[in-house]
Design a protein around this ligand. Structure first.
Ligand code: G3P
Ligand code: MG
Length: 273
């Protein structure tokens, strides 16, 4: 298994050991068992994204961590899903927040990807956490806040279950939404008990203030917008640097040279082939 090692103030090249959080790199700091590659939405190049099948595929391919998106249905059921609606990834139509579990569970969420996945059902958070726990896998759980959604309801419903199901070294909670990140840290104030990742499309000027205030573990940036100077700035900080969504082997090698700690990829296996 390929892991990272993180040594303060030294160059990082997608190394091979678990990585400590920024809390002074002390023995008591949270050690996250984070590999150099994370399967995006499960192994989404080879199975329908954000499904139990995609996580099983990631595990079967030898990957130890997955990134998954979580949202609430209209009846408050937490489900693993990316879009605001169900059109792209199911045989249904409509908005996620207008569905109950009774109706959502009838959708076929596999056939759009490939006939071999017909009858795959939407995964509840509970079912997904049970699978990850059974497989001993790590989770980068993205609190996905689509427009008009109740952020506090999402965090309050999801976070306790995720923290209950997985050990702290195998859970990283991330979001683009600052309100969600604030709510996560309010509910889990100890950074040694919960690693937090700040997702950005582009690194903002105030990133370090936000990371310090939230006692973040990591920053997750779009590799296509990342500049070398920014990567160096984050690599020199106490925070880990993750990039999404890296599907190009040459880009992966360059990012490793830039000091990126881990990448999120639709098919991590093809990065090192
Ligand atoms: O967490 C990294 C990545 O998943 C963020 O973008 O749109 O794929 O959820 P998206
Ligand atoms: Mg995501």
């Amino acid at each position: 298994m390929q892991h990272l090692t993180v040594i303060a103030a030294s160059p990082m090249f997608c190394h091979d050991e678990s990585t400590t959080g920024p809390a002074g790199m002390s023995d008591t700091a949270l050690r996250l068992d984070l590999p150099a590659t994370i399967a995006h939405r499960g192994l989404s190049a080879l199975a329908p994204e954000n499904t139990l099948a995609a996580v099983r595929a990631a595990h079967a391919a030898g990957h130890h961590w997955v990134e998954l998106d979580v949202q609430l249905l209209g009846d408050g059921t937490p489900v693993i899903w990316h879009d605001a609606g169900v059109r792209r990834c199911s045989n249904g139509r409509g908005k996620l927040n207008q569905l109950t579990w009774d109706s959502a569970s009838r959708l076929d969420v596999g056939r759009w990807f490939d006939r071999a996945f017909s009858d795959e059902r939407m995964a509840t958070l509970d079912a997904m956490l049970a699978l990850l726990a059974e497989l001993g896998m790590g989770l980068n759980l993205e609190m996905k806040v689509n427009r008009g959604r109740d952020v506090d309801a999402l965090v309050e419903r999801v976070l306790p279950d995720a923290m209950q199901a997985l050990p702290a070294e195998r859970l990283l909670v991330s979001s683009f939404d600052m309100t969600a990140l604030n709510a996560v840290r309010r509910l889990a104030p100890d950074p040694q008990h919960l690693a937090l990742g700040l997702l950005y499309k582009k690194l903002p000027r105030d990133w370090e203030d936000n990371a310090a205030r939230l006692e973040a573990f990591s920053l997750h940036l779009d590799w296509q917008r990342l500049k070398l100077t920014q990567a160096q700035e984050v690599a020199a900080s106490p925070y880990r640097l993750l990039c999404y969504t890296v599907n190009d082997a040459k880009a992966y090698r360059r990012l490793c040279e830039w000091g990126v700690d881990a990448v999120i990829s639709d098919d991590p296996g093809q990065l090192t082939r």
